[in-house]
Design a protein around this ligand. Structure first.
Ligand SMILES: *Cc1c(COP(=O)(O)O)cnc(C)c1O
Length: 417
């Protein structure tokens, strides 16, 4: 399996001191992922992965990625604060925001981050809030549909992000007049794709745009930013993306288009979130109820507040029962949480081994857009995060919320503060 599968023994040991539910991350697996990605793009000496902080905004994980040479991609004030606290600075920070408040641009500029502008109207806004830097990135939206091998993969024409081609050219002119000298180009067209042709085809699009900008405006394009979007195999039968093949595919485009032009050497960078942390994390819960009515239900101590993707997107997350990996999958269950919402289901009609009350339940591939999308509906408290080290030791890297956390923004007698 292309996902972490902590043993029953390891989970029991953790659960003795950290009550379920909790998110668990595997340190060694995260490091191997970062190394594999860096290896795939090693042909580009200035390559950097800017980890998309929103996927897993925990400073202890950001520290691990920093030690592997990664930067961070931020899109909000608190994400920038996290980056600063972990010691990221200057061009180790990408700021790919949209509909950006003034104070966020100001902090991004203060930190020396590469600002990735989502719209042409943000030029004047940035000029007044932090100022125009020498190097700046622009987010491109080609519109229409994205097709790879005749399959529609995404609909950028329907996406709120980025600028049209004409606006990109206008922005380069306007920014040049305001003192910018080097430009990056960014696009994010498809989410969660395991098609190895995605990055190479987007690299081609951005590199061709870079050459057009250079030819027509004489402007220097120093970077193409391939953003995020590389997916993971959520289902056991899905094929994982071959990241080395992706890296070679982008390299071929670079050799064909950029090498031997005045734009060489040009930086290629990525802002992956899901690909980096998705498979190295899981949500660990306990089966606390069994219910047999018109269907068979397993009730967990976790809810959509801990992992929203199934409720929000109908997303598949693989589920295993540690210790029962070899049992026959001969029971059909809906695996559900405790929210007063009928979409609070981690799985519907899922074949599993018999689940008994007290069984630990592992919901896989929850390491990205999992805990971070958590919320407090029904007054549910968000769960802890635990880091499992290579030597089997573990560390709580975020405690679970308490009622006092939940009530902290209320000043009302009788409520814990
Ligand atoms: C969400 C996001 C990413 C990361 O996306 P993944 O699908 O998790 O790889 C990267 N860049 C930007 C601008 C984003 O909004």
């Amino acid at each position: 399996m292309n996902k972490i599968s902590p043993s029953l023994q390891a989970l029991k040991r953790i659960a003795q001191s950290v009550p379920t539910p909790f998110h668990l991350y595997d340190r060694g697996a995260l490091i191997r992922r970062a190394q594999g990605l860096n290896q795939a793009f090693a042909w580009n000496p200035a390559y950097r992965e800017y980890f998309a902080v929103k996927a897993t905004p925990n400073p202890y994980l950001l520290e691990i990625l920093k030690a592997q040479g990664c930067g961070v991609d931020c899109a909000s004030l608190t994400e920038l604060m996290l980056a600063r606290a972990v010691g990221f600075q200057g061009e180790q920070i990408m700021f790919s925001s949209n509909e950006t408040p003034a104070e966020e641009f100001r902090l991004a500029r203060e930190l020396g981050a590469i600002v990735n502008l989502d719209d042409i109207t943000h030029i004047d806004f940035l000029r007044e809030n932090g100022g125009i830097p020498r190097r700046i990135c622009l987010r491109y939206n080609p519109g229409g549909d994205v097709t790879i091998a005749n399959r529609v993969m995404g609909r950028p024409g329907e996406a709120k992000f980025g600028m049209t081609r004409e606006q990109i050219f206008e922005s380069v002119k306007r920014l040049s007049a305001l003192g910018a000298r080097e430009f990056g180009l960014h696009a994010f067209l498809v989410s969660n794709t395991t098609d190895p042709a995605y990055y190479p085809s987007m690299a081609r699009m951005l590199m061709e745009l870079a050459l057009d900008i250079h030819r027509q405006l004489g402007a220097k394009v120093f970077m193409v930013n391939l953003s995020g979007g590389i997916g993971i195999p959520y289902r056991p039968q899905d094929t994982p993306v071959d990241i080395a093949q992706v890296g070679r595919g982008v390299e071929e485009q670079y050799r064909a288009l950029i090498a031997g032009t005045p734009l060489h050497p040009m930086r290629v960078v990525t802002e992956l979130g899901r690909y980096m942390t998705g498979p190295v994390g899981c949500l660990v819960a306990t089966a606390i109820h069994r219910k047999d009515t018109h269907k068979h239900y397993i009730g967990l101590d976790a809810s959509a507040c801990d992992l929203m993707r199934p409720a929000m997107y109908g997303a598949y997350h693989h589920i295993t029962i540690p210790g029962k990996e070899d049992w026959p999958l001969d029971h059909c269950y809906d695996v559900v949480g405790s929210l007063c919402e009928n979409n609070d289901k981690f799985a519907v009609d899922r074949m599993l081994p018999r689940v008994d009350i007290g069984d630990l339940v592992v919901i896989h591939d929850a390491g990205a857009h999992g805990r971070s999308m958590g919320y407090n509906y029904n007054g549910k408290l968000r769960c802890a995060e635990v880091l499992l080290n290579e030597d089997g030791s573990f560390q709580v890297i975020r405690r679970a919320e308490t009622p006092a956390d939940y009530f902290a923004t209320l000043d009302y007698p009788g409520l814990p503060r």
